[in-house]
Design a protein around this ligand. Structure first.
Ligand SMILES: NC(=O)c1ccc[n+]([C@@H]2O[C@H](COP(=O)([O-])OP(=O)(O)OC[C@H]3O[C@@H](n4cnc5c(N)ncnc54)[C@H](OP(=O)(O)O)[C@@H]3O)[C@@H](O)[C@H]2O)c1
Length: 300
């Protein structure tokens, strides 16, 4: 447990979509002097610097930057990278550098039940969780469910074609917005003990199926939109036909299959209890996306 009354908190991936929201949420809780943003490109973080946040270069692929970046840091949020296949090695480099720098707590954005999940993307998260456990550095696992924002694109596809293809069947997604995950992350990072040793399964207060997403899209747009259940192979083929690279189609099909098996569902309400309120619902993300798409069509 950190003994520092005002810990310096470092956020990796601070110029990413989640990272920016975590910085925003931290600034609502602690002075900017306590927050350090890890970036690859300093220019991309100019808006964060303008808020008084110190920028330090921290590239998972360049350990020398990590050693310098973590000097004097008490708590580190390691936001999982987006280079699928490289992440176990990258995260190991971050954890090694944090340990060498004397970081007192590492929080890691993992995935729901990473230790047992059959989700393909969970493999690298599990590896990182094991690296953390072996490191001896105190840590907390933020096992995030899916982002609600992932479903806006699927709703818009349904708007265009009248169908949302899926191989998730009746599988339920307990998703939450990046902003809700970020707010909870800031609460953890600024708490007295940093939730040291906890494995927090973080998910939306309400869950939905792709059929529910289709029904919501249909209601919002005032026209029929239905879920179209496909086999895994059919779904992969449909995604590739829409121009997605092979490996992305495979990841998305695997995610839907994992949802069908329940790996993207959680009803622990841990996220809700951290926030002290229910998480934002699917409609909060889909309604503005559908409204913008319908308005853009009217303008043409
Ligand atoms: N729960 C979900 O539904 C879901 C969905 C997608 C992804 N994820 C995971 O959650 C993470 C955060 O989500 P997000 O929406 O914020 O993703 P994002 O917008 O793609 O941000 C990823 C961040 O990782 C940084 N990064 C990538 N490679 C790096 C490296 N070698 N060294 C240092 N930083 C590096 C990026 O830096 P730059 O700003 O310099 O590009 C960016 O800031 C993702 O990276 C992924 O692991 C979760």
């Amino acid at each position: 447990m950190t003994s520092t009354a005002t810990p310096r908190i470092f956020v990796t991936g601070a110029t990413g979509q989640l990272g920016r929201k975590v910085i925003e949420a931290l600034l609502q809780r602690v002075p900017a002097e306590q927050v350090v943003a890890g970036v690859r490109d300093v220019a991309k973080g100019a808006d964060l610097a303008a808020k008084g946040v110190e920028l330090r270069v921290a590239d998972y692929d360049q350990p020398v930057t990590l050693a310098a970046a973590f000097a004097g840091i008490d708590r580190l949020l390691l936001i999982s990278g987006n280079a699928v296949g490289q992440r176990a090695r990258q995260h190991q480099a971050v954890i090694d550098a944090a340990k060498a720098a004397g970081v007192k707590l590492i929080a890691y954005t993992s995935v729901l039940r990473a230790d047992i999940s059959q989700l393909g993307l969970a493999v690298e998260h599990k590896a990182t969780e094991n690296t953390l456990a072996a490191s001896g550095v105190p840590y907390v696992l933020l096992r995030n469910g899916w982002y609600l924002e992932n479903f806006a694109g699927r709703a818009l596809g349904g708007l265009a074609t009248g169908e949302i293809p899926t191989c998730a069947g009746d599988g339920r997604y307990a998703a939450a917005t990046r902003a809700d995950f970020a707010a909870a992350t800031a609460i953890v990072l600024t708490s007295a003990d940093g939730y040291e040793g906890r494995k927090l399964e973080l998910a939306g207060s309400t869950a939905f199926t792709i059929a529910d997403l289709a029904a919501l899209t249909s209601r919002l747009a005032g026209r029929p939109v239905v879920a179209r259940n496909l086999t895994i192979a059919e779904f992969e083929a449909a995604l590739m036909k829409n121009g997605l690279p092979d490996f992305v189609a495979k990841i998305l099909a695997n995610s839907d299959t994992s949802a069908a098996q329940g790996w993207l569902f959680d009803d622990s309400r841990t996220l809700e209890s951290l926030l002290g309120r229910p998480t934002n619902a699917l409609e909060s993300v889909v309604a503005p996306a559908v409204a913008a798409a319908l308005a853009a069509k009217k303008e043409v």
